[in-house]
Design a protein around this ligand. Structure first.
Ligand SMILES: NC(=O)c1ccc[n+]([C@@H]2O[C@H](COP(=O)([O-])OP(=O)(O)OC[C@H]3O[C@@H](n4cnc5c(N)ncnc54)[C@H](O)[C@@H]3O)[C@@H](O)[C@H]2O)c1
Length: 334
């Protein structure tokens, strides 16, 4: 049985308590959150061992792997620690919020020889598995253009996340769509031009972008456009709006995950998420598939995917998005 630790016990971390516990190959050997009361409460609720620090957990829990579900800006310290203790790592996206930190992680992981997967869970989101299959089979030919939109309602930066001012819609949302484009194309970005709007949330005391838009030109001359904003009205039927269109030389593909295939209407219309669902008491869907892929790789002794290189490239692109939005310049990425 593989022994897993969890660092960061928020929305994602608590999902991972469930995922690690329900997989017959793994068990939760320790949990830690900077919020001591939360660690203690969840340890008591699930009969787990809570630790007062990550260091203590690495030293005492005999971990085979750790899941890092801390806020976007707080992954680095724990990746470095885990690598130092020889513990395999599943880290949330974006891998880091600075390229220097991402590079430091990559060096530490390489030096220690541990395995690292970045939890780009949309690679395991069912419609996108079909997109990848169609692209890889050559059905749509060579990809010429991609157009993506991944937006959230204003609930996310104002009520769901306490740390939105230390992230942006690009770190939190565009990290997904940029990774998907790189994954599907198998090409690296050459230049990025981005613009951003910083008005509405700033007025509400949350110092971050409302919206960011980026135009990426890849090394083969093809292009992709990315929009991410997190200020849609809370009345939207779904917390996110995710659209993905690509055009190739032989055909096009269009995905709209806004419609989650289930609609319920009371005083207003709501879609209900079908990406992560309980079936016979087990949490299944894209997050579970992400986790299973990581454990499969550990069991087979192979490098997991999405890899640390995917994480690094993603951070490099997102750093360029922020630099371009701040300076108005086209940034050369590779
Ligand atoms: N893969 C996906 O689809 C997906 C979806 C949502 C969020 N995420 C990512 O997962 C990460 C966590 O997001 P969330 O929505 O669970 O956030 P959250 O705010 O619900 O949870 C974060 C937890 O980390 C704890 N924390 C904060 N700073 C810490 C530190 N320095 N050390 C230890 N614990 C600390 C907080 O107390 C909180 O319990 C983020 O990087 C986010 O972008 C990924």
């Amino acid at each position: 049985m593989l022994r897993g630790g969890i660092i960061g016990l928020g929305i994602k971390g608590t999902q991972y308590i469930e995922l690690i516990s329900q997989d017959p190959r793994t068990e939760v050997a320790g949990i830690y959150d900077i919020d001591k009361a939360k660690t203690e409460e969840l340890a008591k609720k699930h009969g787990l061992r809570g630790f007062a620090s990550a260091k203590e957990m690495f030293e005492e829990a005999d971990l085979d792997f750790v899941y890092i579900g801390t806020p976007d800006f707080a992954h680095t310290e724990y990746v470095l620690q885990a690598a130092g203790y020889g513990v395999n790592i599943l880290v949330e996206k974006p891998m880091a919020t600075s390229y220097e930190e991402a590079l430091e992680m990559a060096e530490a992981v390489k030096k220690s020889g541990v395995k690292l997967q970045v939890a780009f869970s949309n690679r395991f989101n069912q419609p996108f598995i079909q997109v990848k299959n169609a692209v890889d089979s050559g059905e749509v030919g060579e990809i010429l253009s991609i157009n993506t939109k991944l937006n959230d309602t204003i609930y996310v930066p104002t009520k769901m996340l306490s740390w939105a001012s230390r992230s942006t819609p690009a770190w939190f949302l565009m990290s997904h769509t940029m990774d998907m484009a790189s994954w599907l194309k198998g090409k690296r970005a050459k230049t990025i031009y981005a613009t951003g709007v910083k008005q509405h949330l700033v007025k509400m005391g949350i110092d971050t972008y409302d919206a960011l838009q980026a135009l990426v030109t890849y090394e083969d001359g093809t292009q992709a456009f990315f929009e991410s904003q997190w200020v849609s009205p809370e009345g939207a039927p779904m917390i996110f709006d995710f659209k993905f269109d690509l055009v190739g030389t032989k055909g096009s593909i269009s995905v709209d995950t806004q419609d989650q295939m289930f609609h319920i209407t009371k005083d207003s219309l709501k879609y209900r998420g079908t990406m992560d669902m309980r079936v016979n008491g087990r949490l299944l869907g894209q997050t579970a598939f992400t986790y299973q892929a990581f454990i499969d790789a550990l069991e087979k002794g192979i490098q997991p995917s999405p890899s640390i290189e995917d994480g690094l490239e993603n951070v490099k692109m997102l750093v360029a998005v922020h630099e371009s939005a701040a300076t108005g310049k086209v940034i050369t990425v590779n």
